[in-house]
Design a binder for this molecule. Structure first.
Ligand SMILES: [Zn+2]
Length: 326
């Protein structure tokens, strides 16, 4: 008997959800669930059926199930005692088209609409304008980067242009002439509107530019994503950033983007990272869950490899761009 069923039996529950096993997923009974418009079969199967504790079988998978798309769908219909009894007696459950009405929308954990971008005279603004001029301006405006009081504000907004996270970074030019994040305080400041910060809906920086079926490149830092977008304006990829090494918190977001292909561009010091922050492992997890996702081994490309030794095993795409433009 599997652990979830055993636990349900001990607790006296008449039904249970099997634990995160891919193969027990089924199509969501809600006909308007966005999983039905997905291309990958594993994404289509977005619901987990409720199992009867006594039989270890789904009560009726086409009706009693819970959809994984908590925010966009929220389908969750549980069997009654009569439903479970009918299933156990072999009578089956009469399956009607689900009369599912989505729960009322949760209070929005967002700041509101994207503020327009602006360019001032921070170290970051100067860095970009010197290197990329008008192209930098276009990129900074399309990503809505705000120059404010010596710092730059990076707004993490979704496709509906609602801001989930705002991150303020003070940059400076170090003694070697490099753009660096570390200021006297050392850290970037992250602002989240959520009262309960654990419930922040994490989305990638640049998500407001992502459309269905897009090719999305994911860099770690915001400045690397912006630099790549400015350096290669004709590239078909949408450059996004995770804002750090933790890719796990974006899993739900990445699983919910229909037809999007993700290419991961980890920083050099992440390549041999431990499991938790290893982007190869994250890519594998995402693929197993129906997301088109691969690590781009950019550091092995001709023209990049020879600069890697100069970067001393650390650095990201922006360091490489700086190295070649020097
Ligand atoms: Zn659904």
């Amino acid at each position: 008997m599997d652990a979830a069923r055993l636990k349900a039996a001990r607790g006296g529950f008449m039904y249970y959800l099997p634990n995160g096993v891919l193969q027990v997923r089924t199509e969501c009974p809600n006909p308007s669930c966005k999983s039905h418009f997905a291309t990958a079969p594993n994404v289509k199967r977005s619901a987990t059926p409720y199992y009867a504790t006594r039989s270890g079988e789904p009560v009726e998978a086409r009706k009693f199930a819970k959809c994984r798309h908590r925010n966009s769908c929220g389908y969750d219909v549980r069997p009654t005692r009569a439903d479970v009894d009918a299933h156990l007696s072999g009578a089956g459950v009469e399956v009607k088209p689900p009369d599912w009405t989505p729960p009322p929308p949760k209070p929005q954990r967002v700041f509101g609409e994207l503020l327009p971008g602006s360019i001032g005279s921070t170290a970051f603004d100067n860095y970009g304008m010197e290197r990329y001029g008008g192209r930098w301006q276009r990129v900074a405006f399309s990503y809505h980067v705000v120059s404010h009081g010596g710092a730059n504000v990076f707004q993490y907004a979704d496709a509906q242009r609602r801001v989930h996270i705002a991150k303020t970074i003070r940059y400076r030019i170090d003694n070697a002439g490099r753009l660096t994040k570390k200021n006297e305080k050392g850290e970037a400041q992250v602002f989240q509107p959520a009262i309960d910060k654990d419930k922040t809906e994490w989305i990638l920086f640049g998500a407001h530019l992502v459309t269905a079926g897009a090719r999305v490149a994911v860099a770690e830092s915001e400045d690397a994503a912006l630099s790549m977008a400015a350096a290669y304006p004709d590239d078909a990829r949408v450059w996004c950033a995770s804002g750090g090494d933790n890719l796990r918190k974006f899993r739900e977001y990445m699983q919910e983007q229909p037809g999007v292909e993700f290419e991961l561009f980890p920083d050099l010091d992440r390549i041999n990272a431990d499991a938790e922050n290893n982007w190869y492992e994250q890519a594998e997890y995402l693929r197993a869950h129906g997301v088109a996702c691969a690590v781009n081994e950019w550091w092995t490309l001709d023209g990049i490899r020879q600069h890697i030794s100069r970067l001393g095993g650390k650095g990201d795409l922006r360091d490489w761009l700086d190295a070649v433009s020097r």
